[in-house]
Design a protein around this ligand. Structure first.
Ligand code: TYD
Length: 427
């Protein structure tokens, strides 16, 4: 028995409302229609466009056709990338692939546009076929699902599911004679899907995984870290990167060191407390390592095992640079202290925000309150920078070094591109 699953695209794999709504508004404005309200806009997701312009905006056939054309002027250039992959979808597709399913797409969105969206998000490798109508042609869901199935599919022998968020998907599945899952996280309501006669209703992506692949091991996630001298702009870049990782449908979990879980946060307070001026350098290094040992076991490993992308604000490289370089304990000694803490768990990629220690110092001087470590002298930061440079020299493959003296958006763009590429390669 072959197991086949066909997915709808909009509202099932991706959330495309941003691009769709902006393009509907664009068409309405250009053709002299009033701007559609939020409720009207919501209804545009799923059904064929011409149908929506007729039904929801009261256009006649000729006007609706013109509206579709106008919509596409904007949508095909920018709208199609104003899009997000639902969280969990990558994990669902990876799990299905792992379990040997035949996976395809049957969408009401034109074929070429669908292919571009799917390739943009690096999801194309999951699908045997992507079936949408050719430009300017209408195709109903039944026909699209039939096309998306393996050429030699067998209604008796194969297990076949259609997964979609609107009644059109369920009706299409019924038309072909296959089972359907109505998903509740998209644009249709549970009522709509049940009324249409879906075989199963799944409120969340996880429920689809549990239904189609019960007991399957989640695919491995990834561990990323971000490093830089104090004042390198890490906070801003973390925010920008969070949005991009999320947009691509990777399930992101943020954490930080020192800290990241209750015990490690308590250690953080001790380490960074300005009143602990008498703290010995070895004590400090051991406390960082202790906090890391707990964090690795309680947070990092479980997150990666659950298929999430764990992005950590600093990791062991900070100890090597700050305690090994800055505090002059030596790179080797700090690595040894950290060996049992890290115990082989290293980031798949580490973003290094490259600013020299003079720039970092100047930026920090503008900050209001400096903590105990930040109050250390300038030669400390010069040695810390040297520590980082040594690490990068030793492990150039792992580090993504970006010039962090540029405008934040420019830096963010470079990081996004490189990080997403690495995450996709690791999938
Ligand atoms: P934090 O307030 O998180 O500052 P930042 O925004 O610069 O990351 O403080 C972390 C400080 O701890 C930072 O100065 C670097 C230092 N540090 C070490 O010295 N060793 C380590 O292993 C880690 C994780 C951080």
């Amino acid at each position: 028995m072959r197991k086949c699953v066909i997915f709808d695209l909009d509202g099932t794999l991706t959330r495309s409302e941003e691009g769709i709504w902006n393009s509907v508004k664009y068409a309405a404005e250009k053709l002299g229609f009033p701007e559609p309200d939020a409720q009207t806009l919501r209804r545009f997701i799923g059904p064929p466009l011409g149908y929506s312009f007729r039904e929801y905006m009261g256009m006649d056939d000729a006007m609706a056709e013109k509206a579709v054309e106008t919509y596409r002027e904007r949508y095909n250039v920018v709208g199609l990338f104003e899009n997000r992959v639902f969280p969990g979808i990558r994990r669902l597709l990876r799990t299905l692939k792992q379990e040997g399913w035949y996976i395809a797409v049957a969408t009401g969105k034109p074929q070429r546009t669908s292919e571009r969206v799917i390739a943009h998000f690096g999801l194309d490798r999951f699908f045997e076929k992507i079936c949408g109508p050719e430009f300017g042609h209408h195709a109903d869901k039944t026909e699209l699902i039939r096309r998306a199935l393996p050429d030699d599919w067998d209604a008796q022998a194969d297990e076949v599911w259609m997964v979609g968020d609107r009644k059109f998907d369920v009706e299409g599945a019924i038309g072909v004679g296959v089972k359907s899952i109505g998903v509740g996280y998209g644009y249709g309501s549970e009522e709509e899907l049940r009324e249409a006669g879906c075989t199963a209703y799944c409120a969340a992506v996880q429920d689809v995984i549990d239904l189609l692949c019960p007991g399957a091991q989640p695919p491995q996630g990834a561990f990323l870290s971000i490093e830089g001298l104090d004042g390198s702009g890490k906070g801003t870049q973390l925010r920008l990167l969070t949005d991009v990782i999320d947009r691509f449908g990777f399930e992101l979990q943020l954490s930080r060191e020192p800290g990241g879980c209750a015990i490690s946060e308590k250690l953080r307070e001790i380490i960074l407390d300005k009143n602990n001026a008498e703290m010995d350098d070895v004590t400090e290094a051991l406390l960082y390592a202790a906090s890391r040992a707990q964090h690795v076991r309680q947070v990092i490993r479980p997150a990666v095992a659950a298929g999430r992308v764990l992005l950590c604000d600093r990791f062991v490289d900070s100890s090597v640079a700050y305690q090994g370089g800055g505090r002059q304990l030596g790179v080797q000694r700090v690595l040894e202290i950290n060996a049992p803490a890290v115990d082989g768990t290293m980031p798949m990629a580490t973003i290094y925000l490259d600013v020299d220690h003079e720039t970092s110092m100047a930026r920090r001087a503008a900050a209001t309150e400096l903590d105990r470590l930040e109050l250390a002298g300038d030669s400390f930061h010069a040695r810390t920078e040297a520590g980082y440079r040594e690490l990068i020299r030793q492990d150039p493959e792992r580090f993504i070094v970006v010039d962090a003296t540029r405008a934040p958006e420019e830096i963010g763009g470079e990081i996004a591109e490189k990080v997403i590429r690495r995450l996709m390669e690791a999938e």
